[in-house]
Design a protein around this ligand. Structure first.
Ligand SMILES: CC(C)(COP(=O)(O)OP(=O)(O)OC[C@H]1O[C@@H](n2cnc3c(N)ncnc32)[C@H](O)[C@@H]1OP(=O)(O)O)[C@@H](O)C(=O)NCCC(=O)NCCS
Length: 167
């Protein structure tokens, strides 16, 4: 490869559009692993040991945000960690294919950046495949900019961009 909130008291609507799914942001729960693994497999083409999600969330639980549908099932998530003092890193970020482009990703990123600011972080970094134009467009909208080219960063040899957002 190479964050925890209390359950929201009420569903949070990302917009007024009737087509926007009603989702609530909450923290990661062990019972989310199956659904999150499926989202990761489809969206990121990765298969991680199920125990990875819980272990990555232990140091900064609030950095693992889950967007859940009305039944409580995850439809997207953002897993952020803090490995460098004063910085957060987006380790995994994905929204279920059927609900993309309806504001769920923005809901997750807005909440994550708020948590980073609350914690006093100055910068958020991430890595993205150079071919992932949709995600790069998303990140650019959030004022992430490319700070480095990561040659052969991914296991299939593709280059990556190291991007950063100054808070
Ligand atoms: C990247 C991702 C998480 C964004 O989530 P999302 O819920 O689709 O994002 P939003 O609906 O909040 O989109 C916000 C803005 O990002 C940009 N954007 C997002 N997806 C886009 C797409 N497919 N094409 C063009 N622009 C896109 C647009 O500017 C969009 O605003 P608009 O719809 O008003 O034009 C989602 O596309 C995804 O899961 N992709 C596959 C996994 C992935 O690539 N993760 C990132 C790995 S580094």
């Amino acid at each position: 490869m190479r964050c925890i909130a209390q359950p929201a008291p009420a569903p949070t609507l990302p917009g007024d559009d009737a087509a926007v799914p009603a989702v609530a942001l909450r923290g990661f729960r062990p019972s989310d692993v199956g659904t999150i693994s499926s989202i990761v497999a489809e969206a990121l083409h990765e298969h991680y040991d199920p125990s990875l999600y819980g272990s990555l969330s232990t140091e900064w639980p609030a950095g693992f945000l889950v967007a859940a549908d009305a039944r409580g099932a995850p439809v997207g998530f953002l897993l952020g960690v803090s490995q460098v003092p004063g910085e957060a890193r987006v380790l995994m970020f994905a929204v279920e294919q059927g609900v993309r482009r309806s504001g769920v990703g923005s809901l997750l990123m807005d909440a994550f950046l708020d948590r980073c600011r609350l914690r006093g972080f100055r910068r958020v970094t991430l890595e993205v495949r150079v071919s992932n134009v949709n995600a790069i467009r998303f990140y650019t909208r959030y004022r992430y900019s490319v700070i480095d080219l990561l040659r052969s960063y991914y296991s299939d040899g593709e280059n990556g961009y190291h991007m950063a957002c100054e808070l």
